[in-house]
Design a protein around this ligand. Sequence first.
Ligand code: MD3
Ligand code: FE
Length: 215
Amino acid sequence: MTDLFGDADLPQRGREDLAPGAVLLRGYAGPEADALTDGIAAVAAISPFRHMVTRGGFAMSVAMTNCGSGGWVSDRRGYRYQALDPETGAPWPAMPAPFRALAQDAAAEAGYPGFAPDVCLINRYQPGAKMALHQDQDEADFSQPIVSVSLGLAAIFRFGGLNRSDPARKVPLLHGDVVVWGGPSRLYFHGIDSLKPGTHPVCGDVRLNLTFRRS
Ligand code: MD3
Ligand code: FE
């Protein structure tokens, strides 16, 4: 059927500067969504999603796994990257080729050519899951950006500034959205509001987020 209004059924594409060094690429990962969800299922078959425990001893509401040459882990000893999955005792699954390609392309598109992520943290949000305001400081080199990819249900993302008390902006992150965080924004406080229940045609009742990092 002819669609007089163009691709009304496709997610909005476009680019928006969110903060100094932070670029939102709306819908950038949309065409790759099936390859990404297939990759996530393959990773989770080897290193299953689990609710890690914080240093304070509380289980996180977000379920996580990793792929790549290392993975981000949290337990009573704190936060760190490690080469072995503590649940399986084996190396994390390799980063699927389409993951790496998307992260590198998005980083270049946002002005960070040559980004070479070695780890990908995969977050799974079920209704009610949230991530408190925090900074990502467990990596060795803050001059390297972080590329984040959102899939499935939409969530409200909050980001402030370099100080916890800085005023926060709220941005909805939708299926296929990619955000590249570099420059000063790399150390901005950020978090995710409690996920509202819903059903997404590709991902069902969850939100998935990939963060590509150079550990
Ligand atoms: C801003 N994840 O895994 S992605 C995280 O949606 C994390 O699961 C959220 O925060 C999620 O650490 C947010 C957007 C994001 C990721 C990394 C950042 C924003 C960032 C690093 C620095 C500044
Ligand atoms: Fe973060």
